[in-house]
Ligand binder design. Sequence first.
Ligand code: SAM
Length: 316
Amino acid sequence: MSEPSPEGRIWDLLRGALGTRALAIVADLRVADALAEGPRGIEELAREVGADAETLHRLLRALASDGVFAENEPGVFRNTDPSEVLRQSGWDDFAHLFGGVWLRAIEPLGATGEPTFPRVFDTDFWSWLADHPGERAAFDRAMEQGKERRIERLAGLEWRGDETVVDVGGGNGANLAGLLERHPRLSGIVFDLPETVRDEEALGDRVTFVEGNFFDTVPAGDVYVLSTILHDWDDERAAAILGTIRAAAPSGARLVLIESVIQPGNEPDGSKWLDLLMLTLFGGRERDEAQWRELIEGAGFEIERLEDGLIQAKCP
Ligand SMILES: C[S@@+](CC[C@H](N)C(=O)[O-])C[C@H]1O[C@@H](n2cnc3c(N)ncnc32)[C@H](O)[C@@H]1O
């Protein structure tokens, strides 16, 4: 494909909010599921998903121009590889959040460094989710998106075999359950807020769910996994979470962070955009190597490995 023109680059960014919203609409209507068996005419499709046929046609035509769905013949749409992604675990919920509550929070974002979610919704994101159980469930499912790569990373670390792994802010437990499936002698604790939507039975006998607040305490364990937790918080709050872990962890306990490490340069990198979402929602941030070192060593841990996607450290 040829490089977009300079105007094309600007245009692609300008229309971004419309694309975000269009994806959320078709995800909420479950259009990709309705096309699972093959191409369908727009009238029939719109009837099934409960949409206005002309509007759905306009939405799908626009998305198809970016390769999400394809118009086989006039008014007949089918799935494509990208639209099939909306049928994979977590991605439809991710689209729902991006084009719903997150888009509303982004609208007043400025260059002040202030998170806008609390201004728009009059509360912080976690409290808002607690008050909206359907959105909380969507969030917990959305976090499963990409879990295979996280589980692969965790499973590939060196394990003695009999450790207790504490997944701090472990959500619905999908990462920990996946890790324990690969290492049958490990046991684990998912530690998260009480309102997390999870199926504790499905997590199996070796996983316990413990409710709590990581600014107060965390359970004792041998290995503390924090997967995309610290990027939700500014440096002061992130250091406080690490401080809680240090207070609970025995000497020699391991800290494993599944987090982006922003690389220098201008390569395309989704985490540079997620950084702005973290700012919007929480006043959080993605960090580069120097920022991670300052945060982790400042909290008294010794860094053993630091690469994009994985940071390991030890409690002295
Ligand atoms: C970005 S999600 C990451 C979920 C999971 N670790 C993953 O990788 O999919 C952040 C998690 O932190 C949890 N969390 C937020 N504030 C918390 C607190 N004060 N105490 C414990 N967990 C908290 C949220 O409920 C959420 O599940």
